[in-house]
Design a protein around this ligand. Structure first.
Ligand code: GLA
Length: 751
């Protein structure tokens, strides 16, 4: 029956083999002992080469974070490792050995004892066209003579980094023998959790074989447990069988005792080998109560505009419709539509205009003081919106943008979400005869699209690069900056993301501060000449410590890191390392730790549910809000599930992000994997995030002294996600947090 070995050995050693997401545990750890050198020499692959003077390096974080800021190009990693024959002997399938080398930014070639065993060259096939966001898993037959069993082996990884972060930055690492369970997928991603009445949850899972020959039989154990107490609230075992074209599908139902974090674990026990394969996932839990039916005005308290620039603001308000809007003391040159709450017009004179917004429905009314600041700054609070990249990648189209705009207008705008941004992939292959940039056939009518978005009271963003080409290989703005800014303005754009990409070919190899700033100044001047309120968002991955000078080139925000992906490694690696740039944030100028990875993401064309657990997603939004970060939703908003919608529409959490003081949180405690971040808010209160970075539940404690509140030790606490008061507490607050979980508090002096 075990024909599987024959099938698999047909794979050539150079073929990139994608490891199953649900693979078996790693047999040999390769986390420690790596050496590193920038540059490129063929001899560095040789086992006999002496790397004793190379620097040690950690894998699992980019080299930029380990003493090589701004380094792009070639570099090598080397590791000496013994591969014990015991791992081969104990394996059930005497099949192939697998080297899991995580994700590598951007391309790589992997050598074992001097000979090439794998390459990720993306579609182009060369190391320079490698794809950063893919797991590297290279396999060899066990009989391959290049493996030195029980002796020293040298793994040498040649890396090419195009721009931004580089190196072996994230993922799964180890050496293993492929086993039966490596040919099984426990698929949890195709169907989301369904919520019924009385905390009833159901979920359809399926088990699939990727072996054309092996018929699997065995048992499936399903269990649901409280990750904090460990108590099991549901257990079921099923006898199952499945094969390549015959998946096993099953829907289980469970009643959850409380509205909190639970973990479901699916363990397949293979009948013949007795090997086990387990997948655990978090069950979404909705914390935020629905907004009341009575009216409420949400969103920031301030909004900036340039003199004489077209003004567009939609008053974000919840409550049962129809709602009627009013604005007392609104300057005469601005008009509010009482039915839609959309304010348009222009303001000529600089100054602060204090307006009283009000909204009414049959159940009552609400008011809010709102300041319009007409002056040299816009984007006074971090941008809240959507960007096409993390879902559609280069497959973005007019239709997809419209669907997201419609969804934002219907479901999110009432909470302050307002930008609809097209990322890379909209540009035509050629400019017109006059050098004017054109949209490609996926965007037949850019002006019409922007008009549509504006008609919903939303603003519209676009993307380009100061280089000749964008990161996706489309036309950039190099030497056409004025012309392009004029086109964006004529189409009606309100936001530009300007992405370094191929400008690396124009700038000198070791750019000076001036070189880094130059292209961004050019575009700043071009944008200023349009007279529109265009948010200017720099994307150059943090090079040259952009946070120190982004405001000097007129940027409203600047990316501080390489690209985010929907893993805990990526999210936590970025989010919890933002403290060094935090002091440079001020109203109108924000650090940007990259876009949100919640909901259905995928970088196009096919999407999947984010791989972040529900707890990790609460952490994501809490941390970004504490950091005063721009929040750009990166999912298909036309398919927002209840959990994701709830996550993005908690007005108390959004208020932390949009606080007009714009003071990002600072880390006040970091011990045993628990971090506490505190953000000063304009009303004198504090927003506090208690985070558990451990892989297991862990107690956390907030010591009130760290808050530096003048009132001392007696404080009023409120849980922002649950929108519940926790009462007056003295001295400290303690809570046990699930793995990668958070509690976000608003804390103020007790009267
Ligand atoms: C870079 C940016 C991403 C996205 C792509 C588009 O990688 O960092 O956010 O804009 O380019 O090609």
């Amino acid at each position: 029956m075990l024909k599987i070995g024959v099938f698999i050995s047909c794979f050539l050693s150079l073929i990139l083999f994608f490891a199953p997401e649900t693979g078996s545990a790693q047999d040999v750890s390769i986390l420690q002992g790596w050496k590193f050198k920038t540059g490129d020499q063929a001899g560095w692959a040789a086992p006999a080469f002496s790397d004793s003077d190379w620097a040690p390096i950690k894998i699992g974080a980019p080299w930029e974070a380990q003493g090589y800021p701004g380094y792009n190009g070639f570099a090598w990693y080397r590791l000496h490792i013994t591969i014990p024959s015991a791992i081969r002997d104990k394996s059930f399938l005497k099949d192939r050995i697998r080297f899991d080398l995580g994700k590598i930014d951007d391309g790589d070639e992997v050598y074992l004892n001097g000979s090439l065993i794998g390459r990720n060259g993306g579609r182009g096939g060369t190391i320079e066209s490698g794809v950063w966001d893919q797991d590297r898993s290279y396999t060899l037959p066990l009989a391959d003579s290049r493996i030195h069993w029980d002796q020293d082996n040298v793994i040498a990884v040649r890396v090419w980094d195009r721009n931004g972060d580089g190196g072996m930055y994230d993922g799964k690492y180890g050496i293993s023998i492929n086993d039966v369970t490596d040919y099984v997928r426990i698929n949890t991603a195709d169907n989301g959790f369904q919520f019924g009445n009385n905390k009833q949850v159901s979920k359809k899972i399926s088990l699939q074989s990727v072996s054309p020959t092996y018929d699997f039989t065995g048992r499936l154990h399903i269990s649901v447990a409280d990750p904090i107490s460990g108590s099991v609230v549901f257990k079921q075992t099923l006898g199952i069988d499945f094969a390549k074209d015959r998946p096993f599908e099953y829907t289980y139902k469970v009643s959850l005792p409380e509205n909190k974090s639970y973990q479901a674990t699916y363990t397949f026990e293979e009948g013949r080998s007795k090997k086990q394969l387990s997948v655990t996932e978090g069950i979404p839990f909705i914390l935020t109560p629905r907004p009341p039916a009575t009216p409420r005005i949400n969103g920031a308290d301030v909004f900036g505009t340039y003199p004489n620039a077209p003004f567009l603001y939609r008053v974000p308000a919840t409550g049962e419709g129809p709602l009627t809007y009013k604005a007392a003391s609104l300057p005469a040159t601005l008009k509010l539509d009482p039915q839609t709450g959309i304010i348009t017009g222009t303001l000529a004179a600089k100054g602060s205009y204090k307006v009283k917004l009000s909204v009414r429905n049959k159940l009552g009314s609400a008011t809010k003081n709102f300041t319009i600041v007409c002056g040299d700054k816009i984007g006074l609070t971090p941008a809240l919106g959507w960007n096409s990249w993390n879902c559609w990648g280069l497959t973005v189209s007019d239709e997809k943008v419209r669907a997201s705009a419609k969804a934002m207008a219907d479901r999110l705008a009432s909470h302050g979400w307002s930008y609809i941004n097209i990322d890379d992939g909209w540009e035509n292959a050629q400019r017109d005869a006059d050098g004017k940039i054109l949209a490609n056939s996926k965007f037949p009518d850019m002006k019409g699209l922007a008009d549509f978005v504006h008609s919903l009271g939303l603003r519209m963003g676009i993307y380009s690069s100061p280089g000749p080409r964008t990161c996706g290989g489309y036309l950039g703005s190099y030497q056409h900056e004025r012309q392009d800014a004029a086109s964006y303005a004529a189409w009606g754009f309100d936001y530009l993301k300007y992405d370094w990409c191929s400008y690396g070919e124009i700038a000198p190899r070791d750019p000076s501060l001036e070189d880094y700033q130059k292209p961004y100044k050019v575009m700043q001047e071009a944008l200023a000449s349009t007279g529109r309120n265009i948010i200017y968002s720099l994307c150059q991955y943090g090079m040259g410590d952009v946070w120190k000078w982004g405001n000097q080139v007129g940027a409203n925000s600047w990316r501080t890191t390489g690209d985010i992906s929907d893993t805990w490694g990526s999210l936590s690696g970025i989010g919890f390392k933002q403290d060094h740039c935090a002091p440079y944030t001020e109203p109108g100028h924000f650090n940007d730790p990259d876009m949100l990875v919640v909901g259905r993401v995928g970088w196009g064309p096919s999407l999947h549910d984010t791989r972040l657990t529900p707890d990790e997603q609460y952490t994501h939004i809490s941390l970004w809000s504490l950091l005063s970060a721009p929040m750009l939703i990166g999912c298909d908003m036309s398919r927002l599930d209840d959990f994701t919608l709830n996550l993005l529409t908690n007005d108390e959490v959004i208020a932390v992000d949009q606080d007009a003081l714009a003071k990002p949180a600072v880390r006040v405690a970091d011990q045993d994997g628990i971090q506490v971040w505190v953000k000063e808010l304009r009303d004198g209160s504090r927003a506090v995030g208690l985070f558990n970075l451990n892989d297991k539940a862990h107690p956390a404690r907030l010591d009130f002294e760290t808050l530096k509140l003048p009132s001392g030790q007696k404080l009023k606490l409120r849980d922002c996600w649950r929108q519940q008061d926790l009462g007056v507490q003295k001295g400290s607050y303690s809570v046990t947090l699930p793995a990668h979980g958070v509690v976000l508090l608003r804390v103020k002096a007790a009267q």
